[in-house]
Design a protein around this ligand. Structure first.
Ligand code: NI
Length: 171
């Protein structure tokens, strides 16, 4: 178990398309466990492997409220096999774009097929916050960020802000 550094906008690795894992083996399980530690520490409700600079199709989530028991989910090679016509709007944020939040509309429900921590094929029926979260995380595996759903003006403004902050850190 380890806390991994999270990469942030404008790191170009956030735009990579991640590679599927061959199988969920001990190395992938360790990655999942480290990602869960990193996500809980942040704290956040979802984390994709590319956010810790690993370009593999692996993500972790836990949308349980603070007063509920933990409900960690580990997904490898997730695929959306169905999405609802109904849409939902949530205010989204991202550990790679800290302290920035905007409303994003996405399908309200999705069904996701994936490999679990034991390398078994599973299907997740997700609704509400979990549906939004899993879609946001799967986007990361394709190099897509939630700011891509905003107007060009808003997106350019946030990218500029983070690019400037990164330059200032280097100075
Ligand atoms: Ni994110």
């Amino acid at each position: 178990m380890a806390i991994l550094p999270i990469i942030e906008l404008p790191d170009p690795r956030l735009r990579l398309v991640s590679e599927p894992v061959g199988a969920v083996d001990a190395a992938v399980r360790k990655l999942m466990d480290d990602m869960l530690d990193t996500m809980y520490e942040a704290p956040g409700i979802g984390l994709a492997a590319i956010q810790v600079a690993v370009a593999k199709r692996v993500l972790v989530m836990d949308v349980a409220r603070e007063d509920e028991p933990k409900q960690p989910l580990c997904l490898a090679n997730p695929e959306i096999v169905w999405s609802s016509e109904d849409k939902n709007v949530y205010q989204e944020g991202c550990l790679s774009i800290p302290e920035y939040y905007e409303d994003v509309e996405r399908p309200k429900q999705v069904r996701v097929r994936y490999l679990d921590r034991d390398n078994k094929v599973q299907e997740l029926e997700a609704d509400g916050l979990l549906a939004t979260c899993v879609q946001h995380e799967i986007d990361h595996l394709n190099g897509v960020l939630f700011i891509d759903y905003l107007s060009r003006l808003k997106r350019e403004r946030v990218v500029k802000k983070f690019a400037k902050a990164a330059r200032q850190r280097e100075d």
